[in-house]
Design a protein around this ligand. Sequence first.
Ligand code: MSP
Length: 647
Amino acid sequence: MSNFYVTTPIYYVNDLPHIGHIYTTVVADTVARYRRMAGDDVYFLTGTDEHGQNIERAAHRQGLEPLELADRVVARYHQLWQELGFSHDDFIRTTEPRHRRGVNLLIELIRKAGDLYVDRHEGWYCSSCEAFYTEKELFAGDSCPVHESPVEWRSEENVFFRLSRYQRPLLEWYEQHPESVRPESRANEVRSFVESGLRDLSVSRAGLSWGIPFPGSAKQTVYVWLDALTNYISALGFGGDSADDQNLYQKYWGGEDGTRLHLVGKDILRFHAVYWPAFLLSAGLPLPTTVWAHGWWLRDQRKISKSVGNIVRPDHLLTDFGADPLRFYLLRDMVFGQDAGFSDEGFVDRFNGDLANDLGNTVSRLVTLSRRAFSGGTPAERCEDNRLIAAAAEATGAYRRAMDELGFHRALEALWRLLAEANQYLVSREPWKLLKSEGASQRVSRVLWNAMEAVRIVAVGLLPVMPRTAPRVLAALGIARPPEDLAAMSWGGLPTGGELPQPEALFPRIDREIYLGAATQNSTGAAVGDIGEKDAEEGQQMITIDQFSQTDLKVGTVLSAEPIPGSDKLLKLTVDLGAESRTLVAGIARQYQPDELTGRQVVIVANLQPARLMGVESQGMVLAADVDGDPVLLVPGRPVPDGTPVR
Ligand code: MSP
């Protein structure tokens, strides 16, 4: 048995979880469940990143203290993580005292190594990334290359970490441990970044109150990334003094053997594959065995993210289908490591094709036949010689190789090849005809048993991916307790003469037309401006009149309206507010022609933080009634002067 530590990034609490956050955690949970079934001693960590300017600002915008915002968002994370069936062993919050102890100890070790000094720091700063960029790295000359939002110039005195010292040791680490950064293409990027030279890194911020005070440097706060990365060891008790803390840390991080796997999105690879190992090298601590970066879920060819404004929330999919179909879709439709497009159409097609048709129908057909033939039970006789045995061995081997390499889509393809084989086998043997002509003969028994056994193996392989539904498939085949060991994938596990429950519809087909009609309105937050924060409040609490009055609503006249290239949903509006005019991006292109908008009065939110949508900065949001997903613009009852407030 070997120790296996797997982590997700810790998520910022300035937004509610969306499909991107869910994805990394689905991957981590699947890996954790698979490794447990493979016999490893697994520890699975996830959590939240709660410090920094971004979070402080988001909280203040909502009239909250940062910790209040964090508490609310974390409550949602806990609820959602449970709904999604995640089996994490711990959930760390960077506002916990145990985390602060870990950060303090790490900094102490780095200081002892002589790797900290104070200096002045200047540069372009993106507060969403909490990172400095050079002029060369900026997008369109003035914006963050990740968020495409404006950067700000910062100049301050900071504590610096001697990152430049670790150029050689890092290159040696990559060289000596080919598995340290995966996939290979990303490892090459990281290596060339380090080869091009490392500048020392500022690891404190001045004038930021929401964070961990930098030990030994008054008025400085620990840089959020140094703070956040430490979660991977503080959660294991690093910095704690109890025996339990030390044992846990020693078991999953401190020892030389075992696996320490960080799963991250490609956007944060540099922090994990360069800065984090450099901090650890400086402190004399073991390094992760692997940092594995995955790609992005895209919508309209752009990363799904709050700042782009194309968020996909999971709520409607979870309410309508439960967690497992979403887990399945995310793992099946993304080649791990590459980008993939998220779409409701894709989800529905996967659901109807793979789950309802290939898996669900096969199970119900087999169970119905077997119950009819064998008085409500599994076939009376098994069979040890047939073509499905070889197909199962091939599929199981391919599945395991793919899962070991985090090739989830290939692992699922392998299981579906076995399902297809089982179906072809049934079509060629026609047990339904045999049953009519020969009754519950030995032949019928063997054919049905074989096909059911193949489906059982598929269901065992699905346990890490669909932890609630795969046991239902097994229960439908008469196996009440799902196996805990991958050894159950070998041929022969289906009992003969067992009882078969009345079949239930495992994956009722989705009516594509009806569902997609409704889903367009549900899944995206980009219909009219950015409604990301709206969900945070929805259904949770009433607001006071004071809170409402913080929203600056105004009437304005549309001076011009034009389509935004590359988007069939968004229009760019210029709106006259009397004293000023504003550029706004509104998701109304499907309902309104640009011509019919010019000269019309609209109501806008004038004090919304600007957001960049499809490369255009929207300085506010146009209000519209949401009629089954169709925006209908709000207008004053009679023309009023531009800039008139709305209360
Ligand atoms: N707090 C930092 C991580 C600190 S880890 C020590 C952070 N948080 S985040 O909430 O912005 O995003 C965390 C992770 O969410 C990303 O790295 C990525 O794993 C995942 N995703 C967010 N959007 C995504 C997509 N559109 N697609 C896939 N995953 C992406 O960064």
